[in-house]
Design a binder for this molecule. Sequence first.
Ligand code: 13P
Length: 340
Amino acid sequence: MADLHETARALVAEGKGILAADESSGTIKKRFDSIGVESTEENRRAYRDLLFTTPGAEEFISGVILYDETIRQSSADGTPFPKLLESKGIVPGIKVDLGAKPLAGSPEETVTEGLDGLRERLEEYYGLGARFTKWRAVISIGDGRPSEYAIWTNAHALGRFAALSQEAGLVPIVEPEVLMDGEHSIEESFRVTERTLRALFTELFDQRVEREGTLLKTNMVVSGYDGTDQADIDTVAELTIRCLKNTTPAAIPGVVFLSGGMSDEDATARLNAMNQREPHPWELSFSYGRALQAPALKAWGGDESNVEAAQQAYLRRAKFNGAARTGSYAPDWEREQVPA
Ligand code: 13P
């Protein structure tokens, strides 16, 4: 297990965090639709290539989560993506769940699938260079949701995934995402996130998952996007930390947040505010998809001649979030032309 501990700690090294580039084919199509680019295999490869070859990103990025198609693809010069990342000191990871599907008996809710055959798939991913894995469960708030049934069924699957990952020598990132969509208050987000994390860690314990070789990926505690009252940065930071302290063992090396549709500036400022409130028992870091990629995607627009501008946009967000890891980011930077 020593390697697992080391990998987990490397992923939350000071000043660094994770790039989530594991959009499934359906999700990346949505992202490409937003910039008017066709989602072909080559376009998906070219886009990921520009992110992974960004000079200097390794100063702020510790690991990248890949998708099944992406881990098998290569950079323009023929270097397989996992090899390319490894050569920069970035740990390659892989999303291994097969998506959230309607939960039998409670079809408004979902359970994440992908456990059948997972042991064999993990072995293959390890051979392809992955050293960590991710599994995302989705919990929604509203209209009597979430049920205890949905919370525990998803927590059980997360436990199965985590135990199998560690058996295969891969650090599991367990991700129960409480969605930010809805009209709920921040207090409701707190209660649901607390219930979800409590169930998760009960399952991890019961299924003999080593906490020291596991990372938690979760949502920040925020007001629902459609709520009338939007909590400020300090309230988000304080309630998120309190929720984690109530539920998350100190043995977990790090908590990496998802961005979940927050603006890229909010995602950075909120993480920064949490790290200004040190000390915490775990590292508080990022594993952002949209909040790291949105400006880069827009700058690229599918045009080869924009690759450098897109890389600068990505590097800028990576650098700002890297600073937020130590609470040293300043919102003024957003208004300045800070050289990346
Ligand atoms: P977002 O940061 O865009 O929410 O994506 C992170 C992720 O990996 C969700 O599973």
